[in-house]
Design a protein around this ligand. Structure first.
Ligand code: HEM
Length: 327
């Protein structure tokens, strides 16, 4: 049994119980949220969310500054990377040019050693600040008699929960990405890095493509085939690695650490380059599908937020999804 599968089984058991942390009091269980995703997208042998994706491998090479912020062994020397690019949502056939969906990048630094998992998307904010709000967001989109969400319910939920529109507004304001390797990705939650001296920094992670961002006009997007992102990735990797800089955006007093719908004023914050991730090749999807990228799986020197209920529910929700797609 792989480590991730073993972890998943334990977490599946936890998922049906009340969540462990104080932040989770009165929140719905992970199984309820995965049920809601399954109601919208249908039950299938695929991830409940980010069903469509491509597994990849590469290398992460840290900068000298990284060790000044974190004692993580993942930031001490070049380490192998297992990653997966994906399209948001539970539809395994979603067209790659869909503007309203996020693109995802999950990656494990040092899959063979003391690893850390990161699960990012191409927006700096999430569409819900806690599991209750996420469930409400999904329920408002449950298919009506005609098989589509009822626009009046979607609007009523958005009006009552305006912060849940922040992610959609962000995506609408940007072009459709021309490449999985041509867009910024964020970790969204506030993480704490601890160095060897015990100094702590509250940060947000961001991946910046070294080749720059590349977008499509709406007309160009319309003309693209359904799976163009994977085709483009394979072509690109045939010529050389697709690289991203991993940066830490340094938090300042007053920056929210427990609300993933709230954005930090990034352009006013210092950022430190932690290293470069070079994605070198596509890998057999089975390599990524046999387990989960678990955002709470972090090596010493990197910690997730303790007071963010959305962060807390991700690990058990991913485990529920794995248990269903592995059946
Ligand atoms: C900042 C918040 C979040 C981000 C950035 C995010 C992003 C992602 C990404 C990129 C994946 C694909 C992982 C892969 O390629 O294997 C994923 C999977 C998934 N996400 Fe999230 N997610 C967030 C929060 C949540 C929450 C709160 C839930 C549910 C409570 C959730 C439910 C799921 C599920 C069920 C999967 C499929 C897991 C699997 O079967 O491997 N996500 N998410």
């Amino acid at each position: 049994m792989s480590r991730t599968t073993g972890t998943a089984l334990v977490l599946v058991a936890l998922a049906s119980l009340a969540l462990p942390g104080a932040a989770a009091a009165n929140e719905p269980g992970a199984d309820k949220i995965v049920d809601a995703l399954n109601t919208i997208f249908g039950k299938q042998k695929a991830r409940a969310s980010h069903a469509k994706g491509q597994c990849v491998t590469g290398t992460f090479t840290p900068t000298a500054q990284a060790a000044g912020l974190s004692k993580s062994p993942n930031f001490a020397k070049a380490v192998p990377v297992l990653g997966r690019f994906s399209m948001g949502g539970g539809n395994p056939k979603i067209p790659d040019a869909t503007k309203a969906a996020v693109r995802g990048l999950a990656f494990r630094l040092d899959p063979d050693g003391k690893s850390s998992d990161f699960v990012f998307v191409n927006a700096p904010v999430q569409f819900a600040k806690n599991p209750t709000q996420m469930l409400g967001f999904l329920e408002a989109r449950f298919p009506a008699a005609d098989g589509k969400p009822d626009p009046a319910k979607v609007k009523a939920f958005a009006d009552a929960n305006p912060e849940t529109t922040n992610q959609g507004k962000w995506l609408a304001s940007k072009p459709v990405p021309a490449s999985y390797a041509g867009v910024n990705y964020w970790g969204i939650h506030a993480y704490t890095l601890t160095n060897a001296k015990g100094d702590r920094s509250v940060i947000k992670f961001k991946l910046i493509p070294t080749a720059g961002e590349a977008g499509l006009t709406d007309d160009e997007a319309k003309a693209k085939p359904a799976d163009f992102l994977v085709d483009e990735l394979k072509e690109r990797l045939g010529k050389g690695p697709a690289s991203f800089d991993l940066v830490a955006i340094m938090g300042e007093a007053g920056d929210q650490t427990n609300d993933p719908t709230a954005m930090w004023p990034e352009d006013k914050r210092k950022s430190v380059k932690l290293g470069t991730m070079a994605i070198a090749a596509v890998a057999d999807n089975a390599k990524c599908d046999s387990g989960v990228f678990d955002p709470t799986q972090l090596a010493d020197g990197i910690a997730g937020p303790k007071d963010d209920p959305l962060f807390e529910i991700r690990s058990p929700a991913y485990a529920v999804s794995l248990s269903r797609r592995a059946q």
